[in-house]
Design a protein around this ligand. Structure first.
Ligand SMILES: [Zn+2]
Length: 452
């Protein structure tokens, strides 16, 4: 019904549906409550139902003045339905008589509507206390307004006459949206925290990690505050979050641009179908973060930093590739020292050939490759330092990396653990063994001050 501002509020807004912002759990609880109400109404012989219409919705707030908005996800839930009906009479409203304030002023009324009511009535048009069934006027507390479904006839029936009028003794269960609303609100109990929007979480998580570094949830036992808890405080804002928000203030201007970058960079790299990667990928897709998953969500910032470090070290390795070269002369012996980066069993040439090992040695500015079935090779581990003497068989390339292929490699023991040297051996360097020094130091970690 169209309303204008000049009409009295009690008249203008009866059909205004009651609406709540509910979390998923609360929505489930409310639907269960409404199912109970409908069952009760049916048992009492009334048609008419209450329904809960719900649409996904968000709300936003600012945890501190000037801070980026925090968005939470939930549902706008509205009570709708069909008004109760009995024997062709639809319950349009219940009319409650208010106590008279002064003897010479007629008492006012409160008109209550059932959910789904499509007809509203001016409070001035109702005749409080009058019953169209017994045609008497007396100070009745509640009168029902009913409409004939066929003829449209509107009647006022006193509560006590309802039994005679309908041949039914029970007052309708679903007569009044306000009572239903009160029922629903009572059943909600302790409100649960609505899930945060992923972008809100990553905005604050990035600012927290930039300021304080990354602290995993597992570090809580050592007395450090996990990143997750700092982010939760910041998101809640108010008195609780004030200290955290003040601490990360310098990063909050740049922070809102970060979630899109983090998600874009990280999502394609999360390819595992189980475990951490699969969980984080699902969370990034969902776009909202239940409080139970806040620790997982904020770890995306750390995973993103690690991804960048990995990419930076890969770039550095590629840059180093240009400086790599072949060493020695084909057919000539050479001694090389380096770190074992690859140690792979390979099949022999024939079914009865002994098993062999492929070893790749990173010697700083050269890479050596050898396939051997020598016993010493089986005692090696990837990452271990190794000095070998062998004959250069060929200068090849693998994925753009120049490789020096050795045959008949022999291990050269640089540290004789079983017989510690009594004196230092000073020997002139073989002109071909320019790689006796330790290989290049591993790339400095781009730690960014993160405790990872
Ligand atoms: Zn009556």
């Amino acid at each position: 019904m169209a309303t204008t501002p000049t009409e009295p509020a009690t008249h203008a807004e009866p059909a205004q549906p009651r609406s709540w912002f509910l979390t998923g759990d609360e929505l489930d609880a409310t639907r269960a409550k409404i199912a109970t109400l409908n069952t009760r109404a049916r048992r009492k012989g009334f048609t008419g139902t209450v329904e809960l219409a719900a649409t996904a919705a968000t709300r936003s707030y600012t945890p501190a003045p000037g801070a980026p908005a925090v968005t939470v996800h939930g549902f706008d839930a509205t009570v709708t339905g069909q008004p109760p009906c009995y024997w062709g009479w639809i319950f349009v409203a219940a009319i409650d008589l208010l106590p008279a304030a002064q003897p010479d002023i007629p008492p006012g009324v409160v008109v209550r509507y059932p959910p789904g009511a499509d007809q509203t009535i001016s409070n001035d048009e109702v005749r409080p206390g009058e019953c169209d069934h017994c045609h008497t006027v007396r100070p009745r507390t509640t009168t029902y307004l009913v409409r004939n479904d066929d003829t449209g006839e509107l009647l006022q029936v006193g509560r006590t006459c309802l039994k005679d009028f309908l041949g039914w003794s029970t007052a309708p269960v679903l007569i009044d949206t306000d009572t239903i609303a009160a029922d629903i609100e009572a059943s909600l109990g302790t409100r649960t925290t609505a899930p945060w929007d992923l972008e809100s979480v990553l905005t604050y998580a990035w600012a927290v990690v930039e300021t304080h570094g990354w602290t995993p949830t597992s570090a809580a036992s050592s007395g450090r505050t996990p990143t997750r808890d700092l982010v939760a405080d910041a998101l809640h804002g108010g008195n609780v979050g004030q200290r955290v928000l003040a601490g990360i203030r310098d990063y909050l201007d740049a922070a809102p641009a970060m979630p899109a970058r983090i998600i874009t960079d990280l999502a394609p790299t999360l390819t595992a179908d189980t475990g951490y990667e699969a969980n984080l990928a699902a969370l990034l897709r969902a776009g909202q973060v239940d409080p139970r998953h806040l620790g997982l969500a904020v770890s995306a910032v750390n995973a993103w930093h690690r991804l960048h470090e990995h990419q930076a070290s890969q770039r550095a390795r590629e840059q180093r590739r240009d400086q790599l070269r072949h060493v020695g002369q084909v057919g000539q012996p050479i001694t090389l020292t380096g770190t074992i980066t690859t140690r792979l069993p390979v099949d022999g040439y024939r079914y009865d050939s002994p098993p062999q090992l492929l070893l790749i040695l990173d010697c700083g500015d050269a890479v050596a490759k050898m396939i051997t079935c020598a016993a010493w090779a089986y005692d090696t581990k990837p990452g271990e330092q190794l000095t070998v003497t062998g004959t250069v068989k060929a200068h090849t390339e693998y994925c753009g990396v120049p490789q020096t292929v050795l045959v008949r490699p022999r291990r050269v023991d640089t540290t004789a653990a079983d017989s510690p040297p009594l004196w230092e051996i000073v020997a002139p360097l073989n002109p071909q063994s320019r790689f006796q020094e330790a290989p290049l130091a591993a790339l400095a970690p781009l730690g960014r001050g993160l405790g990872i």
